[in-house]
Design a protein around this ligand. Structure first.
Ligand code: ADE
Length: 254
């Protein structure tokens, strides 16, 4: 395992380390992993269990169904991962449907940093005391419940890795895609020009770059308004538009 401090690193704590790299070993992320543009380490939480049965979970205090991941075992796993890490400690995340929803902005922040230590939950949950004591940031990838945090962790890592320098190569740097400007992406077309009697919009074949850009902007806005009114309501305003905006009538300063 490389410990080059310059390389973006994902350290994953899981009960199923054999699930990694999984899809992260293929395609864009996989090629980048093989060429050393980022590093991945999947660590088995069970290796930090101390009893004879290597138990990692127990019944919930107060009763109820399922099992809860023990605070002492998980804290030991986190501390062991930290101890063998680099001078810089990684942001510590735990994947959970209770977490703050993951956004492209948070992904970009994480990608710009040294990497992430990601805890994958299983069972009914994780003892709250380890979340508090190790200051784990709870992150959700959406309002649905997976059977564990591993696939959620892969989602987060994939989203970060594609933003790392050199990973996308000649592809767009990620600036002209959904969410980068707070809008969903405009529709795309390619050959053939006619498909089942459906044509590529004429404007895209006009060669007029300004008109193409204006058409794409309108399409992105229309789509965002209808599909994601939540995103539309909080979209960032371009500086020119902000300047043109009327000031409140009773403003007296400046
Ligand atoms: N673990 C289970 N469901 C999850 C979700 N929606 N997001 C993150 N981690 C999870």
């Amino acid at each position: 395992m490389t410990s080059d401090p310059k390389i973006w690193r994902a350290t994953v704590l899981t009960l199923f380390p054999e699930m990694f790299p999984g899809p992260l070993g293929i395609s864009l992320a996989g090629r980048a992993l093989a060429s050393g543009l980022w590093a991945l380490e999947a660590r088995d939480i069970r290796a930090s269990a101390t009893d004879r049965h290597r138990s990692v979970d127990d019944t919930p205090a107060g009763g109820g169904p399922g099992m809860v991941l023990r605070a002492d075992v998980l804290a030991a796993a986190i501390d062991a991962a930290d101890a063998q890490g680099r001078p810089e400690t990684l942001p510590r995340l735990v994947m959970s449907p209770r977490g703050r929803p993951l956004t492209q902005a948070r992904v970009a922040e994480l990608a710009a940093g040294p990497g992430a230590l990601i805890v994958c939950g299983r069972f009914e949950g994780i003892d709250q005391r380890v979340i508090d004591a190790r200051q784990l940031e709870e992150v959700s990838i959406g309002d649905y419940v997976l059977s564990g945090g591993e696939i959620a962790a892969m989602t987060l890592i994939d989203a970060c890795v594609r933003l790392l320098p050199g990973v996308m190569g000649k592809l767009s740097s990620g600036t002209d895609e959904s969410f980068s400007d707070g809008l969903l992406e405009y529709p795309q077309y390619t050959r053939p020009q006619s498909f089942e009697e459906r044509q590529i919009p004429d404007i895209l074949l006009s060669g007029d770059h300004a008109k193409v850009a204006a058409w794409r902007k309108t399409e992105a806005e229309t789509l965002t308004k209808s599909r994601r009114p939540d995103l539309w309501a909080v979209r960032p305003v371009a500086p020119e538009t902000a300047k043109k905006r009327k000031r409140p009538k009773n403003t007296t300063d400046g």
